[in-house]
Design a protein around this ligand. Structure first.
Ligand code: NAP
Length: 429
């Protein structure tokens, strides 16, 4: 094998630049580990983009046509760090069909078209690696695929979106509002000007789809994930949860029950003593329950130029090792099982409900009746003094099914004048 393995980079933004830095800074160690140098020889940019300073610094050729990389027989691996679905999907397919191995950090693409790309890579006997697509700098996919391969995982809970974790940390610790913390996250560059994918839970859902494949071998589609974000979350409910012994976190979960799984993203009340409650600011963590190891948690930066690029370069090194041994073409994870989603009747949790109700005699009794008819008990109830006309009632239910919870919601809507201010799962007892 050549002593230098050449790489083509698609996109020279935050992560692309990080890849150049990590390769330059750690080249000696890389060479000693894999017995070859890894060099980015060409980078694809948009026509008119000025990246000449980077090209000079890292001694690479800038190109504006994908063909210039695909037709170069010296380039063995393509790294896609442009983001979004198109043209990334087409470019990756073309790269695989041209005989290149591919590394990508693109969670949007993997969550929606992962099977298609994984199958194509396999058909072409090429490797497709994407460690950086989940929790940036935390090596979680490789850990699940390799280190936990012999274990039986039952639960994967993740704080896998740094933007929302930063916002929630500020809401809890500094008693700030959703709007204030979003503005601050945008000013600091954690949140984009259109924060939809972060605050509505979509980004976290992409990552949970990928984690479900690794942990349970199941191919879950985005419409099978129950997704709720933190948009508009009331500061009062975050404070109340704190008083009741819980920290509100945006949790992505994929949980196995018998032979089915439930995949969700939503704001969750996490008990103060649970390890995930201590993950602050923009940091990420993935908490795993398995029958062999028990409980384990993997913590680190979920984004950022160098952490993400470190995962990408580790993927490049894995591919070079496989090229050396002539063992290319295996999937990142070979674990496959029939996909089965847990029905709502079997999906059991405690819930936190925050209600605004008319401050009138008999209102609370009505709530008790609704709960009793649905056969759901109260674990904690707090009534707060309101504005005179309304009272705020917060309750935590006993463990119940999603079906029974839906009955309660329906009855509140049809039989009362209550306003449901927020509804969150409760975990970590
Ligand atoms: N940033 C992180 O911390 C992080 C962490 C984990 C995963 N990721 C993933 O890594 C990928 C890259 O993220 P990033 O933060 O580096 O994004 P970024 O800073 O926006 O960089 C992407 C670069 O690719 C360019 N590009 C897009 N389409 C192109 C095309 N058709 N031809 C040539 N260049 C094109 C963009 O140019 P324009 O700006 O002109 O569009 C931009 O310069 C995404 O999939 C992201 O989800 C990022």
């Amino acid at each position: 094998m050549e002593k230098t393995v050449k790489v083509g980079l698609l996109g020279l933004g935050v992560v692309g630049t990080g890849v150049l830095e990590i390769l330059a800074d750690h080249q000696e160690k890389i060479k000693k580990s894999i017995g070859a140098s890894l060099v980015v020889s060409k980078a694809l940019i948009r026509p008119g983009e000025d990246k000449s300073a980077l090209a000079k610094k890292y001694n690479l050729e800038l190109v504006t046509e994908l063909e210039a990389i695909l037709a170069d027989p010296e380039i063995a691996i393509v790294v896609e760090v442009m983001g979004r679905i198109e043209p990334a999907r087409t470019f990756i397919k073309k790269a695989l069909l041209s005989g290149k191995h591919v590394v990508t950090a693109n969670k949007d693409l993997l969550a929606q078209y992962g099977s298609e790309l994984v199958d194509l890579a396999r058909d072409q006997q090429r490797n497709l690696y994407y460690e950086a697509s989940v929790a940036g700098g935390i090596p979680i996919l490789r850990t699940i695929a390799n280190s936990l391969a012999a274990d039986d995982i039952t639960e994967v809970l993740g704080i896998v979106n740094g933007t929302t974790n930063y916002m929630l940390t500020k809401m809890v610790q500094e008693h700030r509002t959703y709007e204030e913390t979003l503005k601050e996250a945008q000013e600091l560059g954690f949140a984009e000007s259109d924060p939809t994918n972060d605050v509505d839970g979509i980004d976290a859902a992409y990552k949970m789809v990928i984690l479900s494949k690794f942990a349970f071998g199941m191919t879950v589609t985005m419409d099978q994930v129950k997704i709720k974000g933190i948009r508009g979350l009331a500061a009062e409910d975050v404070s109340m949860a704190d008083r009741l012994g819980y920290t509100v976190k945006l949790i992505g979960s994929t949980i196995k029950k018998d032979d089915s799984i439930s995949v969700e993203v939503g704001p969750v009340l996490v008990a103060h003593h649970h390890p995930l409650a201590s993950i602050h600011n923009e940091m990420n963590a993935v908490f795993i329950k398995s029958s062999g190891i028990g409980e384990s948690m993997y913590y680190g930066p979920g984004a950022g130029s160098r952490p993400t690029a470190t995962s990408i370069v580790a993927d490049l090194m894995t591919i070079v090792n496989k090229m050396k041994k002539n063992t290319v073409g295996h999937r990142f994870t070979g674990y496959t099982q029939p996909t089965k989603i847990t029905p709502p009747t079997e999906n059991i949790s405690k819930y936190f409900l925050s209600l605004e109700m008319p401050d009138e005699h008999g209102q609370f009794l009505k709530l008790a009746e609704i709960m009793s008819q649905a056969e759901v008990g109260f674990e904690q109830v707090v009534q707060e003094k309101g504005d005179g006309a309304h009272a705020r009632v917060v309750l935590i239910t006993h463990a119940t099914s999603e079906t029974k919870l839906a009955t309660i919601q329906q009855a509140i809507k049809e039989k009362t004048k209550y306003k449901l201010l927020s509804l969150m799962k409760v975990m970590g007892e």
